[in-house]
Design a protein around this ligand. Structure first.
Ligand code: FPP
Length: 242
């Protein structure tokens, strides 16, 4: 979709996925604990939702906690879990005000029980909203998602629900956590790292990648427009020839 922003014609991606990196370094630079970086990072998520909605992005998916992030210190993990607790509760009212639907992807197993309950409540409360489709990856790992999908396919095959011939790329997509959302058009990673870290490996097969040195807490509308400007300049061929 084309949109004119400040006199500039931009091609707006339908789905933007973000690896929000750099909270710890952002805080360290300010002589603050890493956990402070996560609190400010959480605020940046709220702003990113509003900014994406404003410029016409339909889907935003963010990587908030990976299956590997449990290796961090007990203090850091527990602060991040507390940020989730607050976010999951507070965002019911805010999401409904903004017509935003929130989904959480990732492995529920291993998450504290009260968080799983809060996730279910938030998803249910916003299920009818048709504005920004916001997805948060919590306890998410792309390989874990593929293994869970493979197990469910095996189970449905064994139960006679599907046949071998039914197993196609389309069916595979329908067994992933992201079954209800489109594949990302643009993947953004902040903080200067150049890797995808097990985020949506199946879904980003044809995504454009944008890497920026900006740390996540500083990722504002200006940075979002820069990423969309980069995307506008890309020529997507999906393996074909134009
Ligand atoms: C990456 O920075 C950030 C994370 C692994 C955690 C992101 C989580 C939040 C912002 C919490 C809020 C989430 C929601 C949905 C409200 P890093 O710690 O890896 O930074 P570093 O690379 O500088 O160490």
């Amino acid at each position: 979709m084309e949109k004119t922003i400040n006199g500039e014609v931009l091609n707006i991606p339908e789905h933007v996925a973000v690896i929000m990196d750099g909270n710890g370094r952002w805080a360290k630079k300010r002589l603050m604990p890493r956990t402070y970086g996560h609190s400010v990072g959480a605020k940046a998520i709220e702003a990113a939702c509003e900014n994406c909605d404003e410029i016409g992005i339909k889907y935003l998916t963010v990587y908030a906690f990976s299956t590997e992030n449990w290796k961090r210190s007990v203090e850091e993990v527990s602060t991040i879990m507390n940020i989730f607790r607050k976010y999951l509760v507070d965002s019911i009212e805010r999401s409904n005000r903004n017509n935003m639907r929130v989904r959480i992807i990732g492995k529920r197993e291993g998450l504290p029980e009260d968080i799983v309950k809060k996730i279910e409540d938030l998803e249910k409360a916003t299920a009818g909203n048709t504005g920004l489709q916001f997805t948060v990856a919590i306890n998410y790992g792309g390989r874990d998602e593929l293994v869970r999908a493979a197990k469910n396919i095996a189970k449905d095959y064994k139960d006679g629900i599907i046949t071998e011939a039914d197993i196609t790329e389309d069916l595979m997509s329908r067994y992933l956590d992201t079954r209800e959302i489109t594949d990302p058009d643009l993947l953004i990673r902040t903080s200067g790292e150049l890797r995808t870290s097990n985020f949506l490996p199946w879904q980003i097969a044809y995504s454009e990648f944008y890497f920026t040195d900006c740390m996540w807490p500083d990722f504002d509308m200006n940075e979002l427009v820069k990423a969309v400007r980069y995307y506008t300049g890309r020529d997507r061929r999906y393996g074909g020839v134009k």
